[in-house]
Design a protein around this ligand. Sequence first.
Ligand code: ASP
Ligand code: MG
Length: 411
Amino acid sequence: MTRLVMKFGGTSVGNLERIKRVAKRVGVEVARGHEVIVVVSAMSGKTNELVGWVGETGPLHDAREYDAVVSSGENVTAGLLALVLQHNGIDARSWQGWQVPVRTTSAHGSARIEDIPTDNLATKFGEGMQVAVVAGFQGISPEGRITTLGRGGSDTTAVAFAAAFGAERCDIYTDVDGVYTTDPRVSAKARRIDRIAFEEMLELASLGAKVLQTRSVELAMRYDVRLRVLSSFEEMDENAGTLVCREEDIVESKVVSGVAFSRDEAQMTLVSVADRPGISAAIFGPLAEEGVVVDMIVQNIGEDGRTDMTFSLPVDMVPRARRAMDGVKAGGEVNFRDLLVDSEVAKVSVVGIGMRSHAGVAAKMFRALSEFGVNIKVITTSEIKISVLIDRKFTELAVQALHDAFELQKA
Ligand code: ASP
Ligand code: MG
């Protein structure tokens, strides 16, 4: 008997009609002879509503109670789906995180899964249970409190179950029919990718492609879980969607697989800081303490012992970053002449494992941008990614130019 994990996102279980449709799909896999673990999200919009209510109780809330409230959306959909499956004659029951149990750390609001003992579910499967409907996004801490895994966390629940139960595959059903070369709302030429390597998907997810939670991709890569992203609104087909898999399982890979972007970036420059050992630590230490996630960093070549330091950050973190920098200036740890902030920037990146073995990707990227008059402010690279910071108003233009330059419309 092979095991399959099927995960359904919020729009796929958004109302009872849709839950019935999900039950049909699950029924098909049961009929094919699979033991199925279904992981569900809360109905679309539900988690936002719950988060909003917690926020209204006051700004400084107890994170344990936040999790108690915010995890509840998934309990509803798990129970409802189990009921519909039962009506269809399938032996199904719901499982909340603590019942499995999904053991996590105590980092409330962004807990990590540590362990999923398989005994409880395995016993029930042994007694004839055909489908376990698991509430995604939640677990239990060593202290016995309910935890949640961070927004989008039910993807991670699904992958963790697939790993723990040695599932043949983990199918992530969502409202798009796969992973695209770029956001189809930005480029009409965006194409669905048949197969993408874990590493590429990891970059795309962390660069802002919202289709999978980054942590779920990390986990899939570590435990070699074959992940498929597909739409719950289309006909079932063995080859539908996008398979996220090992590099070796991709027959023909392109140099660049996708163009990602994030519009909500800001850039800060400390003008004329002392160029001496320890200065970076004195700047980025306090930023980290303020919880500011810095991404790109550039330090210019110094002159007369002074230099400029530029970094990028999410635009909503600008106030905290400013506070941190005002603090180090006032405390005398870092002496800079000016703090320049540009809150109108975007990050555009090209991603592809083929870059490892191909020269000239950066040159091609920069040429394509220059042909459209897009000025590059900051550049960073990794083995399989090149990112640039540009004026936000050029985001669409840059994405389309790069999509064309690397001929991503072609399969
Ligand atoms: N319901 C949670 C959220 O909206 C978890 C998930 O859907 O993955 O973030
Ligand atoms: Mg999601």
